[in-house]
Design a protein around this ligand. Structure first.
Ligand code: PLP
Length: 291
């Protein structure tokens, strides 16, 4: 896929197309050496006949972007400017890639240097994601190092914000891969299941879909929210719950869900096989594809 980039200047409310292969960011930008900024990654689906694009959960993403900005004391993002930027990027991506039916867009607001700066670029869907959607993934549980609900007394941990500081998440993923697993699953110090490094976990227990409460210290996922909003149509109830590793192991189905991977079956945790509900996996994937 030919990737494309736009730069967004919140100060002047302008969007400009730029060359992704050329340097764009001063090394002094606070995103570069402090991870001081926020981002969103949205899935874009392109109708093969009309070439019309759908941004999955566009408003859910923007709402989280808005609340992440507020958590970091960044200026309130202007909805019109960011929508214009994403739409421009998508139009250019579709023009540059006439065959593409699916890609992701990552949009970022950095605290910048003298002033905040933004950008957005397209990201191709990796083969590993396509495989995970079809075959599911394995995970190992990893200690997150703090108790559940710690954010209530330590809001500066920014646990509910989607910040650029992902080094810890990347390290957990490398640890999981070194153990022979595809994914990590963070567990709080006091034994509450939290999330994966880039995904939420959803389980089915009987006619209930359950997912950890974002207040426990994890990101409120747009994909989890989308699926829960459709639970009624699947004749399922949906709730937040404090789950243990045993709850995941004894579930009737478990999934890692996020914007780009969509919903993937969690096949095994800590080397133990889980029950699979592939019919529901397909339903979840269909709901997400419909946006
Ligand atoms: N949790 C973390 C830490 C994430 O990075 C992500 C997404 O990348 C998610 C959960 C899932 O969020 P969403 O469904 O909005 O993509």
């Amino acid at each position: 896929m030919t990737q494309v980039l736009v730069l967004i200047d919140p100060g002047t409310s302008t969007v400009t197309t730029a060359d992704l292969a050329s340097p764009q960011l001063p090394v002094t930008d606070l995103a570069a050496h402090r991870g001081d900024g926020i981002f969103e990654t949205v899935l874009v689906r392109v109708n093969p006949d009309t070439r019309e694009a759908t941004v999955v959960s566009r408003e859910r993403h923007f709402a989280r972007f808005h609340s992440s900005a507020s958590a970091l004391d960044l200026p309130e993002p202007d909805r019109k400017l960011w929508r214009q930027a994403v739409d421009r990027l998508i139009a250019e991506a579709i023009a540059a890639n006439p065959e593409t039916t699916e890609f992701a867009v990552r949009y970022t607001l950095s605290r910048g240097g003298d002033a905040p700066r933004g950008w957005a670029f397209t990201v191709p869907i990796e083969d590993a994601i396509v495989t995970a959607r079809a075959e599911g993934v394995s995970a190992v549980s990893v200690d997150r190092g703090y108790d559940a609900y710690v954010g209530r007394r330590a809001p500066w941990l920014l646990l509910g914000a989607k910040t650029l500081s992902y080094a810890v998440n990347q390290a957990a993923l490398r640890y999981a891969k070194a153990q022979g697993a595809d994914e990590a699953l963070f567990i709080s110090r006091d034994g509450v299941v939290l999330e994966g490094p880039t995904a939420n976990i959803v389980i089915r227990r009987g006619d209930h879909l359950l997912t950890p409460d974002p207040a426990a210290g994890l990101l409120a996922g747009t994909t989890q929210r989308l699926l829960f909003d459709h639970a009624g149509r699947l004749e399922l109830k949906a709730d937040y719950a404090d789950l243990s590793v045993d709850d995941v192991l004894s579930a009737d189905g478990a999934w890692l869900v996020s914007s780009v991977r969509t919903a993937v079956t969690l096949r095994a945790l800590d080397g133990k096989s889980l029950s699979r509900d592939e019919a529901l996996t397909r339903e979840f994937q269909r709901i997400i594809a419909a946006g």
